[in-house]
Design a protein around this ligand. Structure first.
Ligand SMILES: Cc1cc2nc3c(=O)[nH]c(=O)nc-3n(C[C@H](O)[C@H](O)[C@H](O)COP(=O)(O)OP(=O)(O)OC[C@H]3O[C@@H](n4cnc5c(N)ncnc54)[C@H](O)[C@@H]3O)c2cc1C
Length: 498
């Protein structure tokens, strides 16, 4: 049995652990925090649970790609999903109008065509392109022999706005189609259209919240790991990846203990991985420079809302609101214009609930705003930080109150997280929401490889492939494919889904 150490117990680390453990590796997952899960973690205040970094997923209906992946990972029967409104899972509020996105590409095109009749043919071309790009990736469609790399290569090099503008004539419709930008922190002239296509396709096929919180996914994965004899060690921070002259020999934990390994998979931000490799010359300076030169997605500011009892009807969709007349450029806010837009969601306790107990408002915040507290740690940032965060929370709530009059009075308590919170809990560079940012100008130079120059050291997690529930799991399959051979892994996934 080969011994594998996985650094980080986020979705990427846990799923990589499951795949390797199912395939005969002796797996140990290391987690620096007291709780496993990374962005899947929840926190509880006054007996009420809040999700921090995973609120809704797509493509999870029987027969769809995430469902198949979750069945292979043996968690499909261990978690409970609650379906969002199929007639409008996402609502975009822009220029004084609301646009509802229904599930299914045809329904989506038809709904928007009913509002923009002159754009019907263009909308059909748009949805056809989304479908072509997402199914061209064999791991996203689980169909072999697709037209694959060529289609994706083209749309990795063309930006979201460029492609939308080439297909759609109406200026308002162009903005509506970009209304889900916060789901991938999309930026004008920078974010590849392929990123947009995968996210749109993922959620459009079917959309769900986790009933009972996203930490149920982490708990389910931990259960599967235990079934295969694998363990998660919490409060175990990897402090060095130890190498000899040619390969990794193991991992140092908390600056003292050494754990031997036959292979190491780092499921943390790649810049953190480079720091763990500071004592080896096996990684070339040019590679280190390339990794540290990749831009990051913008940070996020969240306000977690605890509503008064039976005061807020449960909203079975997500609400994207923009205070300006465009979804573009919200990351370039000024002190006066913040927040230019936000995403508002309710959290699901159990399917069919009439009232929401909790909700979250998520908006952008750049790390530079938090420079005065850059050297502080969780719980020790001082009174001025608390006041700053509270002022911003009040502004965000007041923005929400304009869209949903009276909501502010129905909030019993609220809690706040900033990019510093994510930096310190997950190790994401600069508190970035989704890790590294894809950039059309960088192309493959902006990609994080699953394989490194050290033959038994691999990388996984949201920075390899893509962020999000499906993006990370696909990244896991890519990384594990390096260890187990991709066609073999692919066959396993298809077999359990027959
Ligand atoms: C606010 C927010 C909302 C989101 N909403 C959604 C959503 O609704 N749907 C969706 O699909 N995706 C969503 N995402 C994205 C999704 O949560 C992430 O892409 C995914 O969970 C990342 O998983 P990961 O394993 O790559 O990294 P992480 O979850 O960041 O896990 C990394 C883990 O490594 C640990 N670690 C770091 N350094 C060390 C070390 N040296 N030693 C040991 N452990 C270490 C960290 O503590 C952490 O537990 C959201 C993200 C954010 C931030």
């Amino acid at each position: 049995m080969k011994k594998a150490i996985i650094i980080g117990s986020g979705l990427g680390g846990l799923t990589t652990g499951v795949v390797l453990a199912k395939n005969g590796y002796r797996v140990t997952v290391l987690e620096q925090n007291a709780q496993a899960g990374g962005c899947l973690q929840c926190f509880t205040r006054r007996g009420v649970k809040f999700e921090t970094g995973m609120h809704f997923i797509g493509s999870a209906d029987e027969g769809q790609v995430l469902h198949k992946m979750m069945r292979y990972l043996e968690i499909i029967d261990k978690i409970r999903l609650s379906r969002l409104d199929t007639d409008g899972y996402n609502v975009i509020s822009l220029c004084g109008q609301e646009f509802h996105f229904p599930n299914g590409m045809e329904a989506f095109a038809e709904r928007l065509a009913s509002l923009f009749p002159a754009e019907r043919d263009n909308l059909l071309r748009y949805v056809h392109l989304i479908d072509r790009i997402s199914t061209a990736s064999s791991l996203h469609s689980l169909k072999e022999g697709t037209s694959g790399p060529a289609v994706n290569a083209e749309y990795q090099l063309r930006s979201v706005n460029e492609v939308i503008e080439s297909l759609i004539g109406d200026p308002l419709l162009r903005k509506v189609l970009a209304g889900e930008l916060p789901l991938y922190a999309g930026e004008r002239d920078k974010t590849p259209f392929s990123v947009h296509a995968f996210i749109v396709d993922f959620y459009n096929r079917s959309t769900f919240r986790f009933a009972g919180g996203s930490d149920t996914v982490a708990m389910a994965l931990a259960e599967v790991l235990a079934k295969y004899g694998a363990g998660i060690r919490t409060r175990s921070k990897a402090t060095s990846i130890v190498c000899n002259a040619s390969r990794a020999t193991g991992v140092e934990i908390n600056g003292s203990e050494f754990l031997q390994a036959d292979c190491v998979v780092s499921a943390i931000h790649p810049m953190r991985t480079m720091e763990l490799l500071r004592d080896t010359t096996l990684i070339r300076p040019a590679f280190r420079r390339r990794i540290s030169g990749i831009p990051q997605t913008v940070g996020g500011f969240s306000v977690y809302l605890h509503f008064k009892e039976n005061a807020v009807p449960y909203m079975n969709h997500n609400y994207f609101a923009y205070n300006t007349d465009t979804p573009w450029g919200c990351e370039r806010y000024t002190a006066d214009t913040w927040p230019e837009g936000y995403l508002y969601m309710h959290l699901c306790d159990s399917p069919g609930q009439a009232f929401a107990r909790t909700g979250v408002i998520l908006t952008y915040m750049r790390m530079e705003e938090l420079a005065p507290w850059a050297d502080t740690t969780v719980g020790r940032r001082g009174e001025d930080y608390r006041q700053f965060a509270d002022r911003r929370a009040r502004r965000l709530i007041s923005s929400l109150d304009k869209q949903f009059p009276g909501i502010a009075d129905r909030i019993a308590h609220y809690y706040v997280s900033t990019p510093l919170t994510y930096r310190d809990y997950t190790g994401t560079e600069g508190g970035s929401l989704y890790g590294v940012a894809k950039d059309v100008a960088l192309g493959s130079a902006g990609r994080v490889p699953a394989r490194t120059r050290i033959p038994n050291l691999f990388m996984t997690g949201q920075n390899v492939n893509s962020h999000g529930m499906l993006g990370v799991i696909v990244g896991t399959m890519v990384t594990c494919g390096e260890l187990l051979a991709s066609p073999y892994l692919y066959k396993q996934i298809l077999e359990v889904n027959q």
